[in-house]
Design a protein around this ligand. Structure first.
Ligand code: TRP
Length: 338
């Protein structure tokens, strides 16, 4: 007996070239889902505009994310890849949801507080960011949402919004569940904070082997290991944390043992890491370079994704309007004429 496949929805912001933190924390975990579920992967440009951005750069950034998603293994034959702003219903449903979302809930979101604390003047879009996220997910009645740890609070709010709307207008939206990736936050090359474009501590997913080496070569290691002869502590080493993502058990043991005994130097360790990174990322980079040569194919994939999503989204909004008394006062009369 075949069960209807559960729906999966997730989003990724177009904010500069995707880096290995985006890849390990999100994209890589999405790939196996497309074989089990009906998946929707959305490039969330409307979320990206809640922070500083350059309009002229947006199309290229969106394109690059689409390329990376496909190069990393998302197959347009198996899943739907689309751009959020291509489906206007995301905004419409988000507006509807603002009318059932308590302001206090939005104000206590940690990501909001974090971002707001770094801005002189806080915009309403930043506050409403999680409401748009709830609309993204619920528009497609998705039940599973693969995300990193930092998004769990937003998924809980999504569930609350679904409950509040259902309580007022009738049972309709399912309460989605977060599928939290076990990948811990990927640290930046500075070893100080999460890998993030705005901090300039990233390795781009599409960087060449040489560029990757140039970055890894100068990255911070165990700060207490000053000389080659000092034994190091892999548990506080940034480079070792990257080995955990890219290296085999054997290489991990080699690095750990060599570091603790000062048997190997940091440069050797970094070289091995870079080799392992290039082995995994090289094929992705090659596919990405090939896709960049075929921009029309990439646009076609996004256009087909948007068409598919608009159909589903239009149905959801028709249902929502109906249940909220917004289906239009002229409807019955028109129906008679037809
Ligand atoms: N806020 C998410 C992030 O920064 C991106 C996102 C937008 C998203 N809409 C979504 C994730 C819907 C999951 C589902 O990572």
């Amino acid at each position: 007996m075949s069960e209807a496949k559960l729906r999966v929805f997730s989003g990724i912001q177009p904010s500069g070239e995707p880096h290995i933190g985006n890849y390990l924390g999100a994209i890589k975990n999405w790939v196996p889902l497309q074989d089990r579920y009906e998946c929707f992967f959305c490039i969330v440009d409307l979320h990206a505009i809640t922070q500083a951005f350059e309009p002229a750069e947006m199309p290229g950034t969106v394109f690059d994310v689409a390329v990376v998603l496909m190069a990393a293994g998302l197959d347009p034959e198996k899943c739907t890849i689309f751009v959020q702003s291509d489906v206007a219903e995301h905004c419409e449903l988000a507006w509807v949801f603002t009318t059932v979302t308590p302001l206090g809930e939005l104000e206590r979101m940690t990501q909001y507080k974090d971002k707001a604390s770094r801005e002189g003047s806080v915009l309403a879009g930043l506050l409403n960011y999680p409401v748009l996220q709830a609309a993204d997910i619920l528009l497609y009645h998705a039940s599973l949402v693969p995300v990193g740890e930092d998004q769990v609070q937003h998924i809980e709010l999504t569930r609350e919004i679904a409950r509040k709307w259902n309580a007022r207008f009738g049972e309709y939206f399912p309460e989605p569940q977060a599928l939290v990736s076990r990948v811990r936050r990927v640290m930046g090359l500075d070893g100080q904070a999460k890998m993030s474009k705005s901090l300039g501590n990233t390795v781009g997913l599409l960087e060449s082997p040489e560029e990757t080496w140039d970055k890894i070569r100068v990255a911070l290691t165990d700060p207490a290991r000053k000389r080659r002869t000092d034994p190091g502590n892999p548990n506080v080493c940034n480079i070792f944390s990257l080995h955990r993502y890219f290296s085999s058990e054997a290489d991990l043991a080699w690095a750990e043992e060599g570091c603790r005994s000062a048997g190997i130097g940091c440069i050797e360790c970094k070289r091995r890491l870079t080799e392992n990174m290039v082995a995994e990322l090289g094929p992705i980079r090659e596919r990405a370079l090939a896709l960049r040569e075929r921009p029309d194919y990439v646009y076609d994939v996004l256009a087909a994704g948007a068409r598919h999503c608009r159909e589903i989204a239009a149905q959801t909004m028709a249902d929502v309007r109906e249940r909220m008394g917004l289906a239009g006062v002229m409807k019955p009369a028109q129906a008679k004429v037809e």
